[in-house]
Design a protein around this ligand. Structure first.
Ligand code: RBF
Length: 357
């Protein structure tokens, strides 16, 4: 009986997977490959993007990391699949990708993904996953690496605190920072938002943090509207955690002569003079290293393991290359850089042990 049920479940999963396969093939963004070398069966890697690549540095770096790894392995190929913004479709799209049986590894990035991968692994035992920006220990055939997002939040929170208490034009005496988020999720609630709040409080004791939720990762107009409301209420520095929608918040800050700090990568170009500082994840490097390691002999030992990396390891950092950052007064840059050095060296750290779910 149990055996029959398992068979039914598997048949259903295969049907569902087959159904979305056609749709998936139209989503394939492109493929990268090198000419096959002498080795038999060069590896094939799929990149599953839970959203769209464009506008989300974390996904742009995911693709870049896989492409770099694949380019160094003779004959290896990769295929990028964008799953779009309808999260209800991700499970079936991921299953469809695994159901092809074509890929030695599926690389993806997002804290919601390990649970979906776990279900796929139950139906397609040959599937193997690497999930960046996520945490699920002890999951067979799945390797995850979580960034210490508390530290990423702290870095820009500290800068925001120095900005909101500064004499910069556009900074007001109200000591208020704003967070514009696409949606609520555990990494945000447990790491990013508390980290940002702690950094803000450390640099500007008594400062207030106000958070607003857009409801999706693409609506830049809604982000701009929410940012405008916050600015009306006295906020003078904003952090968007909203993928492509974040541009709307930054544009609103620019239009009103206020400021923004940025997450995940170099965003100075999004609004020169408005984006004053950018925390970065070295996601491209991490993904490159992990894809290489997982495909190398002995790489299978990584499956089932969940790692956490932060500022001390160099995967969470700050990009100081922007003209707007360089133009900040010493009274902001000196204390900020001291704090940053402490995080980089590990003399200050905010250890993270995982997520609640
Ligand atoms: N971050 C993005 O930059 N773009 C996205 O489209 C995006 N979609 C997400 C969807 C879900 C369900 C979750 C949980 C997170 C998403 N993130 C996205 C956030 C991302 O994983 C990470 O937390 C932030 O980019 C901050 O590093």
């Amino acid at each position: 009986m149990k055996y029959r049920m398992t068979l039914h479940r598997r048949a259903f999963a295969l049907m569902a997977a087959g159904f979305v396969l056609a749709a998936l093939s139209t989503l394939a963004l492109g493929a990268c490959s090198k000419k096959a070398g002498s080795e038999a069966k060069p590896p094939k890697v799929a990149v599953f993007v839970p959203g769209l690549v464009s506008g989300s540095p974390i996904y742009e770096q995911l693709v870049a990391g896989v492409e770099k790894a694949v380019a160094e392995i003779p004959g290896a190929t990769c295929k990028v699949v964008e799953a779009g913004f309808n999260q209800a479709e991700w499970q079936a799209k991921l299953a469809a990708l695994a159901a092809t049986g074509e890929f030695d590894l599926i690389a993806t990035s997002n804290p919601a993904l390990p649970e979906l991968c776990k279900k796929v692994v139950a139906d397609f035992p040959a599937a193997r996953f690497f999930v960046a920006d996520a945490w699920l220990p002890g999951a067979e055939r799945i390797h995850t690496v979580l960034y210490n997002q508390y530290e990423q939040g702290y870095i820009v929170g500290y800068l925001a605190g120095l900005v909101t208490t500064s004499g910069l034009p556009g900074a007001n005496p109200e000591k208020k920072a704003g967070l514009i988020v696409a949606q609520r999720y555990p990494t945000l609630d447990e790491l990013i938002e508390p980290g940002f709040a702690a950094g803000l409080a450390a640099a500007a004791p008594g400062a207030a943090l106000e958070t607003r939720v857009i409801g999706n990762w693409y609506d830049a107009n809604k982000a701009a509207e929410l940012a405008g409301n916050l600015i009306d209420g006295g906020v003078d520095v904003l952090l968007p955690i909203a993928g492509g929608a974040g541009q709307g918040a930054v544009s609103a800050a620019k239009a009103r002569g206020r400021y923004a700090v940025w997450f995940d990568g170099n965003g100075y170009g999004a609004a020169p003079g408005t984006v004053l500082g950018c925390a970065i994840l070295r996601q491209d490097r991490l993904v490159y290293e992990k894809v290489k390691a997982l495909l190398a002999p002995g790489g299978a030992a990584l499956y089932g393991k969940a790692e956490i990396v932060g500022a001390k390891e160099g995967y969470v950092d700050f990009d100081d290359s922007g003209a707007a950052y360089k133009a900040l007064p010493e009274t902001i840059r000196r204390p900020f850089e001291e704090r940053l050095s402490a995080l980089r060296s590990g003399s200050a750290s905010f250890p993270v042990t995982g997520l609640s779910r």
